[in-house]
Ligand binder design. Structure first.
Ligand SMILES: *[C@@H]1O[C@H](CO)[C@@H](O)[C@H](O)[C@H]1NC(C)=O
Ligand SMILES: *[C@@H]1O[C@H](CO)[C@@H](O)[C@H](O)[C@H]1NC(C)=O
Ligand SMILES: *[C@@H]1O[C@H](CO)[C@@H](O)[C@H](O)[C@H]1NC(C)=O
Length: 421
């Protein structure tokens, strides 16, 4: 009797210890990847297992990942929660549990609930749903940009290695620098960037920034799909000298993610997964010609990363996936393409490349042309976007899949200039 009591007691102790070891390993795994994020550009398809599995794996893996779903940007928080809960707990994805972090602009008690904050500290990952990024900052901060208890708990857990993921507005809400809140390319080029909508469809931004999980870059979503290159360039150009401005940005395409690890260290790296690409913008050395009546800019640096490509944060350089080959010397075409509607993007059912990407990729895949251009469909003024690979940083890479539109192109060192015709 005494013997078996002792036996079961030591078994209990052993299980407790094992439990501790597993928890310890998990905490260690999370710490090892450093601050990490999975930034999805919206339009995430239910069958994009690569993205869902990456989130769960970075949150500790199958049967371990405990993921808080933050629905602050949603118009229908219950619906968003049920949707992502279903996907994350589904058999091929395999998260252990989810928690609804129902912070919202409609009920401030949730963000200030100490019991919820305590639960948040037990999680290994977060997923921010889409909707409207302005709701996130409005609901998550107290006056004077002080963290609510729930935001403070998310931040603390993130700093300890829990992954922060999100899609669409759930990605756009994370920058420390200015947060983009709306607008389309043409109106943005014509009227400039403003904190509130001065003209229909101008690029708007929050000058105080987003939640502050991602330093140094503006982050935009639905990117090439909606032809947002012009809106990003105008936003960075107009705000880069503001207190919370930056000259650099990432635009993440739909059904695509930028997966970042070791943020805030010299090892910080971002890699691309999913079906589209991530455009990197650097306006550090760009020049705005203020003698022109309309917006005119040159020396805007772009890189476009697709599946498997990596961005190194310390050098701002790109390394291309091992399954891609350099295009130089193996170009498929004589001439580059032009566009009459350079910010058209693409519609959801199209297998064509988005317009801006189509022109840019064609320049790298051209034997004879080192530059090309597209114009805006809108007139008064009609903007012309010039793109050039004629510099020593330029390099195009490709994974051939059969034709120009299905070939996976990526590049660095494209220089862009925009001016009114
Ligand atoms: C959301 O779900 C909760 C709990 O299931 C329920 O009480 C509430 O009525 C729902 N709210 C909406 C707006 O559907
Ligand atoms: C989440 O918050 C919304 C807005 O306050 C509310 O309508 C909804 O019922 C809440 N859902 C749950 C499950 O409590
Ligand atoms: C989407 O694009 C395809 C191919 O360019 C085109 O055939 C189709 O009509 C477009 N659909 C819509 C709804 O615009």
């Amino acid at each position: 009797m005494a013997q078996s009591r002792l036996g079961s007691l030591s078994l209990c102790l052993l299980l407790l210890l094992l439990g501790d070891v597993t928890r310890g390993d998990l905490a260690q795994q999370l710490r090892a990847q450093g601050r990490s994020m999975v930034l999805v550009g919206g339009g995430l398809e239910d069958d994009n297992l690569e993205v869902y599995n990456t989130i769960v794996s970075m949150a500790g893996g199958r049967g371990q990942a405990r993921i808080g779903i933050v629905t602050a940007s949603s118009a229908d928080p219950n619906d968003s929660y049920q949707f992502y809960r279903g996907l994350l707990l589904s058999d091929p994805v395999g998260a252990a549990s989810t928690l609804h972090i129902n912070v919202s602009i409609w009920d401030s008690t949730v963000a200030n609930d100490p019991a919820l904050a305590a639960q948040v500290r037990t999680l290994t990952g977060f997923f921010f749903s889409g909707g409207d990024q302005s709701r996130v900052t409005q609901a998550m901060f107290l006056a004077g940009r002080v963290d609510t208890p729930v935001l403070a708990a998310i931040r603390e857990t993130f700093l300890a290695g829990a992954v922060v993921a999100g899609s669409s507005a759930g990605t756009a809400c994370h920058p420390t620098p200015v947060m983009v809140t709306g607008g389309v390319s043409f109106a943005s080029l014509k009227y400039g960037a403003h904190p509130t909508e001065t003209h229909r469809d101008v690029v708007t931004y929050n000058p105080d920034g987003g939640l502050g999980f991602f330093d140094g870059y503006v982050i935009d979503t639905h990117f090439a799909n909606r032809g947002r290159e012009g809106r990003m360039i105008r936003l960075l150009s107009d705000t880069k000298n503001l207190p919370k401005g930056t000259a650099r940005g990432f635009g993440v395409d739909e059904n695509t993610a930028l997966v970042v690890t070791h943020l805030g260290t010299p090892q910080a790296v971002g890699s691309v997964i999913g079906t589209g690409g991530v455009t990197f913008f650097d306006l550090t050395s760009s020049f705005v010609d203020t003698s022109q009546r309309d917006f005119s800019i040159r020396d805007v640096y772009l890189a476009y990363l697709t599946h498997g490509d990596e961005y190194k944060f310390d050098s701002n350089d790109v390394s291309f996936a091992v399954n891609k080959m350099p295009i130089k010397g193996r170009e498929n075409y004589d001439r580059a393409l032009t566009s009459n509607d350079v910010f058209y993007g693409k519609n959801a059912s199209s297998t064509r490349k988005p317009e801006f990407v189509r022109v840019a990729a064609s320049i790298f895949d051209s034997r004879l042309d080192v530059a090309s251009y597209g114009v805006t469909y809108e007139r008064n003024p009609r903007f012309r976007v010039d793109m050039s690979k004629s510099n020593s940083h330029a390099a195009g890479f490709v994974k051939r899949n059969g034709d120009f539109h299905s070939d996976l192109h990526s590049y660095k060192g494209l220089y862009v200039a925009i001016h009114a015709e």
